[in-house]
Design a protein. Structure first.
Ligand SMILES: NC(=O)C1=CN([C@@H]2O[C@H](COP(=O)(O)OP(=O)(O)OC[C@H]3O[C@@H](n4cnc5c(N)ncnc54)[C@H](OP(=O)(O)O)[C@@H]3O)[C@@H](O)[C@H]2O)C=CC1
Ligand SMILES: O=C(O)[C@@H]1CCC=N1
Length: 266
């Protein structure tokens, strides 16, 4: 399978990093087109893939084309390639807010799929949601699932839920990185060295997430297990509730969801 990315930015790099060592694809079958030559050189050297300015050299023969440009530049990029893609090529868009119906107008003969991945794909711990278009066959959806689940997990959702996914798991890593940074600051404040504090904070987030995933228990039950009567944890939980950390997270994700909806209306 030959995969061609249009746009070689942060999310493309995370996907390339996650998939380029997989047995089902050879790095030499991964192609990236980006505007900037230095970016292409960086991707080429780091991942032993093909990266070039301009997609002409691979666009006609790519089996899967992944659109990974910003929403603002999407249609210009689509116009550059839409007449060159092979009729059988699967078009996958990871562009936040861009509707399948709009993409299908540009690629009337191709199966078109929307995916919302996240950057932890770079460390094989990504979370992606996939929504299929009107011409997508089961085999096409299977290919999208194989690509995105090979570096994490993937679920199929209805397209109307893509804004929710975008705000929660697409943007989510940024919210968690802020929490890890804040936890680390607290550790430094209490006397830990910065690198030790970052490690304690990150491993604590990692372990807590693993417990939710592996035990299937409700997060509130797991929280109760940590919270000894009259102990240290309940003091912190009290402050978190008083300062509205839970409400702030709900508001942050809701704002990201609303922005994704608004981008789709433009
Ligand atoms: N970052 C993330 O965590 C996630 C991002 N996404 C989606 O992925 C898409 C890309 O995001 P991200 O990687 O963060 O963005 P970036 O800005 O990091 O990457 C986009 C890259 O594409 C280049 N580019 C723009 N137009 C073209 C073109 N016509 N041909 C080739 N290259 C082009 C840009 O170059 P230049 O800067 O010179 O214009 C830039 O290097 C967005 O639509 C976003 O919604 C989805 C999920 C998560
Ligand atoms: O911030 C953004 O718009 C993109 C989409 C989800 C994560 N990053």
């Amino acid at each position: 399978m030959k995969i061609g990315f249009i746009g070689g930015g942060a999310m493309t790099e995370a996907i390339v990093c996650g998939i380029s060592s997989q047995p089902w694809i050879k790095p030499q079958d991964i192609y990236v087109s980006d505007h900037k030559e230095d970016r292409c050189n960086y991707l080429k050297e780091k991942y032993s893939i093909n990266a070039i300015v301009g997609a002409q050299s691979f666009i006609k023969t790519a089996d899967v084309v992944i659109l990974a440009i910003k929403p603002q530049t999407a249609f210009k990029a689509v116009d550059e390639i839409k007449d060159s893609v092979d009729a059988g090529a699967i078009i996958i868009s990871i562009i936040a807010g861009l509707a399948l119906a709009d993409l299908e107008k540009s690629f009337p003969d191709n199966p078109v799929i929307r995916v919302m991945p996240n950057t932890p794909m770079a460390v094989s711990a990504g979370m992606s949601a996939i929504a299929t278009g009107s011409k997508t066959k089961k085999a096409d959806a299977n290919i999208a699932e194989r690509i995105f689940s090979s570096a994490g997990q993937a679920v199929i959702v209805e397209e109307k839920l893509m804004d929710a996914v975008s705000g929660l798991s697409g943007s989510g890593p940024a919210f968690i990185f802020i929490l890890i940074d804040a936890m680390s600051d607290a550790g430094v404040r209490a006397g830990l060295k910065r690198d030790t504090a970052v490690k304690l904070a990150a491993q604590t987030v990692f372990g807590s997430a693993k417990m939710v995933l592996e035990t299937g228990m409700h997060p509130a039950q797991l929280r109760d297990q940590v919270t000894s009567p009259g102990g240290t944890t309940i003091e912190g939980v009290h402050i978190m509730e008083q300062r509205g950390v839970r409400g702030a997270m709900i508001d942050a994700i809701t704002a990201a969801v609303e922005k994704s909806k608004a981008m789709g209306k433009k």
